[in-house]
Design a binder for this molecule. Structure first.
Ligand code: PNS
Length: 165
């Protein structure tokens, strides 16, 4: 039984992430979606909310499990006997960022391999940060998100307006 982890912040999960999740779930027996707990950053959505959104967005994929982790990804993979790390590559900038990370992870834990999946060109402009930027300036971002994430973003921005933040 082969397992993989698709790690990230998922703040929020986008259709680009969803494409990776669906394709990676088809390659492995179990796909863990690993939400990084990063105490140095303040996410837009709490960990609990990101888990809830991801659970709803992936409810149709039977071999997906949502987990969270803190610390080194390589350690989490070793401790949980995870065979592969999935990362999506949208272009050269992603690759420049991803390659050294994969090489460091390979050094730290040679038992887990990084597998890069090429983003679909029609989704390669999609990112969580672009969604947040568009939302903050009132732009449209509906076609970048799964339904659960879109709903959560709308609620978040309504709250922001009411609280005058
Ligand atoms: O959503 P992101 O920001 O692209 O995800 C980045 C992530 C979570 C894959 C990466 O930051 C990570 O693995 N962090 C855990 C710490 C770690 O293992 N770093 C790699 C060694 S430099």
């Amino acid at each position: 039984m082969k397992s993989a982890i698709y790690p990230g912040s998922f703040d929020p999960v986008t259709l680009g992430h969803m494409d990776m999740i669906e394709r990676a779930a088809g390659l492995f027996d179990t796909l863990y979606i690993g939400i990084l707990i990063n105490r140095k950053k303040t996410p837009m959505f709490s960990l609990e909310k990101r888990i809830e959104i991801l659970k709803e967005a992936t409810a149709h994929i039977s071999n997906v499990k949502i987990i969270s982790f803190e610390g080194l990804l390589a350690d989490y993979c070793r401790q949980n006997k995870i065979d592969a790390v999935i990362r999506g590559v949208r272009g050269a900038m992603d690759f420049d960022y991803e390659l050294p990370m994969a090489q460091i992870n390979q050094k730290l834990n040679p038992g887990t391999q990084t597998v890069f999946l090429a983003a679909r060109p029609e989704l390669s402009y999609v990112s969580s940060s672009a969604v947040k930027e568009l939302a903050s300036f009132g732009g449209s971002y509906k076609d970048m998100l799964p339904e659960a994430a879109y709903r959560a973003m709308q609620i978040k921005y309504d709250e922001t307006k009411v609280e005058g933040k």
